[in-house]
Design a protein around this ligand. Structure first.
Ligand SMILES: [Zn+2]
Length: 298
């Protein structure tokens, strides 16, 4: 078994490489009445009864790597923010959530079924910002809606332990991901500011960075993570130094994924992300759109 960390009623099972994608870190919260799981990464399949006997799964958001243990707990109640509810309930909902072209969606579905035990949950129900769960014995969870990564992305806080589970505000070197149809760079920026204000002592990332227990270290990691957004803007402006370009040309040059990284969704995610940066730059008067649709640096 991988590393297990305990913070009172909260247990964190670290996934492979501290939860590096495609794995993630499993959080389990035990109250005197209810046992809850936050998300269900691949590692959930290697935990045993501690996971398999949960009564409730609270999803912080919907993506394949957060749903990979749902097939093991068909009787558990599944809840997710209403902004991501349709994506949890059906493939059609998840397809709209991603917003990829049909050919890319077909490949994505095959990947989800082969590698993530993909299992939609038509029985899932929605919650809203500020929702709380009393798990018994003073164990209380509160959802803080912090969208941008997805429309319904939430940070889940175990209030009695001062533990915040950050989901995919994951503090990784990749930086913020806002490349789906339901994503928003504007909202992600607001969420990055809001997450710094949470009154907690422990920050659990879903991926790779594991657990932080020092506020200064957390704020430092958050600042570095946030700075990736400006690095992408700078990369785009440098591309535009070569003259006016179309969105397709800019997406081909990429601001997110390295040149050698190949996956069916890359073009879609680059396009969506770059379009959001260009919207910001146009609004700021730093880039203009020519009549033929190309972008020109001012
Ligand atoms: Zn995600």
């Amino acid at each position: 078994m991988n590393d297990v960390l305990r913070f009172g009623s909260v247990t964190v099972y670290l996934g492979e490489k501290s939860g590096k994608y495609p794995d993630g870190n499993q959080v389990l919260v035990r109250g005197s009445d209810i046992r809850a799981a936050f998300d269900t990464p691949l590692v959930a399949n290697r935990i045993g009864p501690d996971f398999d006997e949960v009564d409730l799964v609270i999803l912080g958001h919907v993506h394949e790597d957060h749903m990979a243990g749902l097939h093991r707990v068909p009787d558990a109640q599944v809840q997710v923010h209403e902004g991501d509810l349709a994506a949890a309930q059906s493939w059609e909902g998840l397809a709209r959530h991603f917003g990829y072209a049909d050919s890319v969606l077909a490949e994505s579905r095959a990947n989800l079924e082969a590698n993530f035990f993909y299992c939609p949950r038509p029985d899932a129900t929605g919650y809203r910002d500020g929702a709380t769960w009393e798990l018994g014995g003073g164990v209380r969870v509160r959802a803080h809606h912090m969208p941008g990564h997805t429309a319904g992305h939430c940070v889940l806080v175990v209030e009695n332990e001062g533990v915040a589970c950050l989901g995919d505000i994951d503090l990784t070197g990749f930086g913020p991901y806002y490349g789906d149809a339901c994503s928003s760079l504007v909202q992600f920026r607001q969420s990055l500011a809001a997450v710094a204000e949470l009154d907690v002592r422990t920050w659990v990332t879903f991926h790779h960075r594991g657990v932080l227990t020092d506020r200064q270290a957390f704020l430092h990691a958050l600042a570095r993570f946030t700075s990736k957004i400006d690095e992408r803007t700078d990369a785009l402006l440098a591309y535009l130094d070569d003259g006016p370009q179309t969105l397709a040309q800019l997406a081909h040059r990429r601001v997110l994924y390295p040149e050698h990284y190949d996956a069916p969704f890359v073009d879609s995610v680059e396009r969506r992300s770059i379009a959001m940066h260009l919207d910001e730059l146009v609004a700021a008067g730093r880039v203009q759109v020519l009549e033929d649709g190309r972008y020109l640096k001012c």
